[in-house]
Design a protein around this ligand. Structure first.
Ligand SMILES: N[C@@H](CCC(=O)N[C@@H](CS)C(=O)NCC(=O)O)C(=O)O
Length: 138
């Protein structure tokens, strides 16, 4: 199994999950700036979305989107209790949180770090993120 990752990016979440699961995997470094691998391979030829994380199974199947990947990892090792059993309300709570973090928190950061975004937009997003983190804290 291969995890396509970039240091400091959201691929850290499935990276942690793989360690917690105790599953064997290798890391493949992706530049999120050039969208190339270390050997020069065009990452778009592996993931047309161009972003990390991507998990490649031993049979070549590729899975993208952090929330899907971490749940797949958890489901490989049910004895480790990394996620509640499928079909339970607790599992839907996990999906609820993963979706909230992915869309309402993580994706908002793109605006703050985008040099093309006007300062006014960044201020709006900072305020929104502050509200979201307040909700998470409560
Ligand atoms: N919806 C994706 C978002 C992944 C994402 O935004 N990855 C960023 C790093 S944190 C990335 O690779 N950005 C480079 C790009 O979009 O070209 C997920 O949840 O897995």
């Amino acid at each position: 199994m291969k995890l396509y990752y970039s240091p400091g990016a959201c691929s850290l979440s499935p990276h942690i999950a793989l360690h917690e699961a105790g599953l064997p995997f290798e890391l493949v470094l992706v530049s999120t700036k050039t969208h190339k691998l270390a050997d020069g391979t065009d990452y778009y030829s592996i993931n047309p979305k161009g972003y990390v994380p991507l998990l490649e199974f031993d049979d070549g199947t590729r899975l993208t989107e952090g929330p899907a990947i971490v749940q797949w990892i958890a489901d490989q090792v049910p004895d480790r209790h990394l996620a509640p059993p499928a079909g339970t309300i607790e599992r839907y709570r996990l999906m609820e949180w993963l979706n909230f973090i992915s869309t309402e928190v993580h994706k908002q950061f793109g605006v703050i770090y985008n040099p093309a975004m006007p300062e006014e937009a960044k201020t709006v997003v900072r305020t929104r993120l502050n509200d979201r983190f307040g909700y998470i804290n409560r």
